[in-house]
Design a protein. Structure first.
Lengths: 14, 259
């Protein structure tokens, strides 16, 4: 099963 | 004082129309180098990044004495821009500590000048740092072709698998009721550059993405003849629409990966 990831797990907060 | 005079209001209209459904409120960050906008959708799966450079030809005049942030409801901005003719020149104006953003629409023959003010909002948006990286694969294709692929495949399933390899790029969908696949080959023989499909490949990539978001991004199709898809395995895809004489509009979409 493929799950949707979030952008927060790839890019850090500025 | 901030004042930006854009020669074609249709460009700003198209930008806002392509954003307003996924991104409700957004901050326009204005500086002497131009206007940028970064915003995430409510689920933090998709992000837009707009860059309009002040030194490009699309601005007739551009002045920004100090950096300001203009928080705007994009639905409201869309309504205001509908009051402009497509050939109107649009001027955006705000004070240094603004509560209000002013839109001035000048018709081509200067016979009609309209002015609208909207109240600005305090928007607490979370900015992400997006590093400049080299992608494993960059696909350049006609923007209407990408729109058609997303629209066609979304009829059969929720996610598309994009498979980039040295012969070209494949788009596949597999749903409960059926499946579909579209293969695009590199077309270097086509006369017009905007009709070509090119694949710059460092490494093959196979990655799945939610079609709902890709279809939403393709609302920007009319901004550009071409679209660039930049992919690296297990990272967000970048869907970039160049905006002639202005800059670009990019969308980032987090991948779907095996749980």
């Amino acid at each position: 099963v493929k799950g949707q990831t979030s952008l927060n797990s790839f890019f850090s907060k500025k | 004082m901030f004042e930006a005079k854009m020669l074609q209001s249709s460009v700003l209209k198209k930008i806002i129309e392509s954003l307003k459904d996924l991104f409700a409120d957004a901050n326009f960050d204005c500086s002497s180098s131009g206007i940028t906008l970064q915003d995430m959708d409510s689920s933090h799966v998709a992000l837009c990044y707009l860059k309009l450079r002040s030194d490009e030809e699309g601005f007739e005049d551009y002045r920004c004495d100090r950096n300001i942030t203009l928080g705007v409801n994009l639905g409201l901005m869309s309504k205001i821009l509908k009051c402009a003719g497509n050939d109107d020149v649009v001027t955006l104006r705000a004070e240094d500590e603004p509560n209000i953003l002013t839109f001035i629409f000048d018709s081509k023959n200067s016979e009609r000048v309209s002015k609208y003010d909207i109240k600005l909002m305090e928007i607490d948006s979370e900015l992400l740092g997006i590093p400049d990286t080299d992608y494993s694969c960059v696909v350049k294709m006609p923007s209407h072709e990408f729109q058609r692929i997303c629209s066609n495949l979304s009829q059969l399933g929720d996610s598309v698998t994009i498979d980039c390899h040295k012969e070209g790029v494949d788009f596949k969908v597999a749903g409960e009721q059926g499946s579909g696949a579209i293969k695009l080959k590199q077309t270097t023989s086509v006369d017009k550059e905007e009709d070509q499909v090119t694949v710059q490949l460092n490494e093959p990539v196979t990655q799945s993405f939610a079609l709902k978001f890709l279809c939403a991004f393709t609302k920007a199709t009319s901004l550009s003849d071409t679209v660039n898809l930049s992919l690296t395995q297990d990272t967000p895809v970048v869907v970039e629409y160049p905006i002639a004489q202005h800059g670009y509009l990019r969308f980032y979409l987090a991948p779907k990966i095996e749980e």
